[in-house]
Design a protein around this ligand. Sequence first.
Ligand SMILES: [Zn+2]
Length: 338
Amino acid sequence: MYGSEYKVFWADSIKRSKNEFDNLSKIERFEWLKNSKQKAKEIEIDTIYREELDQKLYDLTIYHKKCQIFLYYELLASETNSNGKLLYNRYLLDMCPFLNEVMLLPNHLFAQIDYDRWKIKMLEEYRIIEMERRIIPKRYNQIKERLVYSPLYKRPAIYWIPYCPSYKSPPYHNNDARIPWDEKFLDKVLVPTIMREAILCVKQAEDAIFVLKLIEDILCMRIKSVRDALIYELGDGKIFKCSLCNNLRLSNNLNYYIDNNSLTLLYNYTDVKRHLYLKHYNWYSEGCEDIYIELDIKTVRNFLKTCSNHWFWHGIYPYKLPDDLATVLANRRLIWWN
Ligand SMILES: [Zn+2]
């Protein structure tokens, strides 16, 4: 049997053919080669034929699978409730990945997929898609409609509603988003809870902004020199500049930056030292570099603002705060953090 998959020649048969060929006379060899070529040609034709046959069988199998799934799909899409109303939306059914995935199953597994098993898996996906695409947005509209008429609407608290825990993850009956909220539950429980949380967010935000500004001011007062910045572990920040380049720029009234390698003229501590060594070697003296390094106070302030912002939204300060200041933040957990 020869097929496209049989492309390996056994060492034995090559050896056998070689012996056979060696034992032939010159005239016989000519005939032998002719016959061998003919055989090879036949094998090639046979291979192409089998490949085509394989492809046809594959197409046929896929066609059968498609027919069966199409039948299941139509059965499911036509299911109705006791009032004769269709239970499932075709648009959402079409979005279920399992609809196509099942086609890729090997035949022996595909044979085990009967309608009931297929339906269970399809409906699992359908419910998730239905919640994401239809029910959850509808639920949020219910809440939003009520909030528009609430006293919060024109106050800053409305801004914080998307961050409120009860809005982000509202409680559902039996943990099932498909069971509708009744009006009483919305008006008496859910919306007032969200409103309370939003007002709490406003207070927490104001408090946090005040404290973070205070911390920035304290740090700016403490960090006045290159040494201070290193003590506060800010060596990785791009807050240092080369005073030699900076003086040259100022004395020549240059409005552009001198060092082409840096658009800002600001470096982290390691890079500013490297810059001094490479660009100002005559002035460079190892261990005394700091006299040519300046701290850019304005950038330090901006850097601290970014740190505050990060803490405000994510609860993380990107570098270790001194213990006394870390304690100030430690008790202020904001409710929109995960
Ligand atoms: Zn320089």
